[in-house]
Design a protein around this ligand. Structure first.
Ligand SMILES: *[C@@H]1O[C@H](CO)[C@@H](O)[C@H](O)[C@H]1NC(C)=O
Ligand SMILES: *[C@@H]1O[C@H](CO)[C@@H](O)[C@H](O)[C@H]1NC(C)=O
Ligand SMILES: *[C@@H]1O[C@H](CO)[C@@H](O)[C@H](O)[C@H]1NC(C)=O
Ligand SMILES: *[C@@H]1O[C@H](CO)[C@@H](O)[C@H](O)[C@H]1NC(C)=O
Ligand SMILES: *[C@@H]1O[C@H](CO)[C@@H](O)[C@H](O)[C@H]1NC(C)=O
Ligand SMILES: *[C@@H]1O[C@H](CO)[C@@H](O)[C@H](O)[C@H]1NC(C)=O
Ligand SMILES: *[C@@H]1O[C@H](CO)[C@@H](O)[C@H](O)[C@H]1NC(C)=O
Ligand SMILES: *[C@@H]1O[C@H](CO)[C@@H](O)[C@H](O)[C@H]1NC(C)=O
Ligand SMILES: *[C@@H]1O[C@H](CO)[C@@H](O)[C@H](O)[C@H]1NC(C)=O
Ligand SMILES: *[C@@H]1O[C@H](CO)[C@@H](O)[C@H](O)[C@H]1NC(C)=O
Ligand SMILES: *[C@@H]1O[C@H](CO)[C@@H](O)[C@H](O)[C@H]1NC(C)=O
Ligand SMILES: *[C@@H]1O[C@H](CO)[C@@H](O)[C@H](O)[C@H]1NC(C)=O
Length: 587
């Protein structure tokens, strides 16, 4: 026995020793030197390859300065790999091609830290329209944007250079187009760029616009990942989204996406987008500003039941891309009715999934499900999402879009998001879900959100895409927050298919506006208590209204406890935004 224990202790000591020992791979040892204007791509890739293949706990280390990258990096199959610069303002990876920066796959534990990423040339340009015809737009480019020639423009967004955000109210527009291959940007005269357009639509002479080129690569992306940490990283721009993973366990700390030095946009699309994430997503001390789409989107995917063999064997079909069907044995799927969108009726555990390629797989479940063809299934094992001290500002779409269960968002600032600051969706158009449950939104500040191109009916918008007759997004606490509505913000809170929504201790400032605070559609158990409402327009005569369009029917809402007395308190804003983040208002 003594001998066996001795061996065990020896083994454990050796394993621990191996765990601590890791090598540091200096990129400068692979001829990747900063600030020399020489292509560092292959040097950095070689350092990454060696670090990933040489066992665990290794570090790839950059020096201070700018590294020139003419292509993206790939990392496969590492364990506890650290990629580290000297600091967000010290180490810069500068991409010179329209591609992603890091693709990571099959990694257990990774830290990317202390560096920033930018691109030159930029994935967009911007300026003022000087001429508009049915086939092109001439734009006087405003520096630091450049008149990039021979580019394909896929989206044109109206910008408001005074408010430093995408245009709002009736001034907002955006055009998407699929440009033909022979219709690229050309130079008309000094600083004037000609952008081919598919049709003359909204453009007026003098309009400020941002023109995005065709999207080509996410800055940091990957799949089959466990325990990923992004810490002290700034991304100034990127040719698609900044951060997008399929990951089990994610920490995003001191991560920032923001426009650099006078630019009108940061990344072309979302700041963060996590499809089918598991375990947890923590986002602390981070910000998403000026990106071309959502700040954060967390969701799983809806699959359609397309064939039934017996009570435990079904074919499921996806409509996003084939990879999303690889959800893993042991995962729980929630089944929802095809007749009543998003109404769940069963949960089942996967014991096997087979099928080679294509958009369908055969799923075998541990327990029988009484499914019908046309029903939908979605991963029920959503991550716990915890967001603290996060800023979403001046982006083109939603602040955060949450389709998960067990969510906390606190001390966060939503400043001038074009669409809802917080959207609880589920969409059979995008095939994203499931419907959110158990959400706390506490001590947040919402300033002039939901005024632009992605506008919904509420700054906080509970709004599945396909309305059911009954609540499907449930247990939402909206507390101790400050809402400073802008002129076009619409309702502070929209509840379509909401259940168990509690609105307490909030401050609502309805600038020049007399809209009700809450708009309801097919909701139940909605209550409010101790809220202050300030309006410098006319007196608000009612605090709740019922939507009557589409599938909304006021007779389908019940247990609504929103009396006037729940909105007649007179305290000052409970929290305010400062340069240090959201703080309790001590007056
Ligand atoms: C530098 O790289 C060479 C070959 O890749 C390797 O043998 C050497 O140990 C490295 N030195 C350091 C300090 O990393
Ligand atoms: C991961 O690697 C880093 C760097 O070598 C090391 O400091 C850390 O202890 C490792 N973590 C684990 C869990 O082994
Ligand atoms: C997750 O990663 C972080 C940072 O790399 C590390 O400190 C931590 O030990 C890891 N956790 C697990 C469970 O491996
Ligand atoms: C606008 O385009 C038309 C047609 O090409 C041209 O005649 C006119 O001079 C242009 N105006 C400006 C301000 O460039
Ligand atoms: C237009 O630009 C695209 C992307 O930049 C490029 O692939 C294509 O070859 C260009 N077309 C022409 C006619 O140069
Ligand atoms: C919030 O995060 C920022 C970094 O984005 C940090 O500077 C600040 O100290 C944080 N504030 C709090 C209260 O944690
Ligand atoms: C966020 O920032 C605050 C203030 O700088 C700091 O105390 C806290 O540790 C940070 N949070 C994380 C998770 O790093
Ligand atoms: C259901 O069908 C699957 C696949 O054809 C089969 O493996 C399984 O044994 C069947 N189960 C029952 C209860 O019939
Ligand atoms: C939400 O939290 C509860 C309580 O901790 C837990 O039982 C449940 O499994 C969680 N839901 C998900 C989807 O993780
Ligand atoms: C709600 O979520 C929190 C974490 O966000 C968790 O601690 C709590 O147990 C959950 N409650 C329920 C009823 O699931
Ligand atoms: C909101 O964004 C605008 C435009 O960038 C900025 O001027 C303002 O200071 C921001 N507000 C807060 C509280 O950060
Ligand atoms: C009402 O809300 C304010 C602001 O959140 C808070 O300070 C106060 O304690 C609350 N009053 C009651 C009676 O809950």
């Amino acid at each position: 026995m003594g001998f066996v224990y001795g061996c065990l202790i020896f083994l454990i000591v050796s394993l621990c020793y191996l765990d601590i020992e890791g090598r540091t791979f200096l990129v400068s040892n692979y001829s990747a030197y900063p600030n020399d204007n020489i292509d560092d791509t292959s040097g950095i890739q070689n350092a990454l390859n060696d670090a990933a293949s040489y066992g665990r706990n290794n570090i790839v280390l950059f020096e201070s300065g700018t590294y020139d990258c003419f292509g993206g990096f790939t990392i496969y199959g590492a364990t506890n790999l650290t990629i580290m610069g000297q600091g967000m303002y010290e180490t810069l990876l500068l991409g010179h091609r329209p591609s992603g920066m890091f693709w990571i796959q099959g990694i257990n534990t990774m830290l990317i830290s202390s560096l920033s990423i930018d691109y030159d040339p930029l994935p967009f340009t911007a300026g003022y329209v000087v001429n508009a015809t049915s086939t092109y737009l001439d734009v006087q480019i405003v520096p630091p944007h450049r008149p990039d020639i021979n580019r394909q423009v896929s989206a044109i967004l109206r910008y408001d250079p005074t408010l430093m955000r995408p245009a709002i109210g009736s001034r907002a527009y955006e055009v998407y187009q699929t440009p033909p291959n022979n219709a690229n940007t050309t130079l008309v005269s000094n600083g004037v760029l000609r952008i081919p357009v598919a049709w003359q639509m909204y453009f007026g002479i003098g309009d400020a616009i941002v023109a995005r080129y065709v999207s080509t690569g996410h800055v940091i992306s990957g799949q089959s990942l466990t325990n990923i940490t992004i810490k002290s990283v700034t991304i100034y721009t990127g040719w698609y989204m900044a951060l997008t993973f399929k990951v089990a366990g994610l920490n995003v700390i001191d991560f920032h996406v923001k426009p650099r030095a006078g630019r009108w946009l940061s990344t072309s699309a979302d700041c963060m987008h996590f499809g089918d994430a598991r375990n947890y997503i923590n986002i602390f001390n981070s910000s998403c500003e000026g990106q071309g789409d959502d700040g954060l989107n967390v969701h799983a995917y809806y699959y359609k039941v397309t064939e039934i063999f017996n009570s435990t064997a079904l074919t499921l079909t996806e409509y996003n891309w084939p990879e999303v069907l690889n959800v893993g044995v042991g995962t729980n799927l929630e089944f929802v009715s095809g007749q009543q969108p998003f109404v769940g009726y069963a949960t089942a555990t996967i014991v096997s999934l087979t099928g080679n390629g294509g958009n369908s797989k055969l799923f075998i479940f541990a327990n029988p499900i009484n499914a019908s063809v046309g029903d939908w299934a979605v991963v029920a094992d959503t991550p716990t999402v915890t967001i603290r001290n996060f800023t979403a500002a001046n982006n083109r779409a939603r602040g955060i879009l949450l389709q998960a269960r067990n969510i906390t968002v606190t001390q966060s600032l939503f400043n001038q998001t074009s669409g809802p600051a917080v959207l609880f969706g589920a969409s059979l158009y995008w095939h994203e879900g499931p419907t959110a449950r158990n959400v706390t939104l506490d001590q947040n500040v919402y300033i002039s959100c939901n005024e632009g191109i992605a506008q919904g009916n509420g700054v906080i918008s509970i709004s599945p895409d396909l309305i059911a007759p009954v609540p499907v997004i449930t247990n939402i606490q909206i507390t101790s927050s400050t809402f400073l509505n802008g002129q076009y913000s619409k309702y502070p809170i929209q509840s379509s298919n909401g259940g168990g929504v509690s609105i307490r201790n909030n401050y609502f400032s309805m600038k020049n506006y007399s809209n009700p605070i809450v708009i309801l559609c097919n909701s139940q158990n909605i209550s409010a208590f101790n809220n202050t409402v300030i309006s410098n327009a006319s007196v608000i005569s009612q605090f709740v209204t019922y939507a009557s369009t589409g599938a909304c029917n006021s007779s389908l809402s019940s247990y609504i406890n929103l009396p006037d007395s729940a909105f007649n308190a007179s305290f000052r804003p409970p929290v305010i935004a400062t340069s240090l983040g959201v703080q309790i208002n001590n007056f």
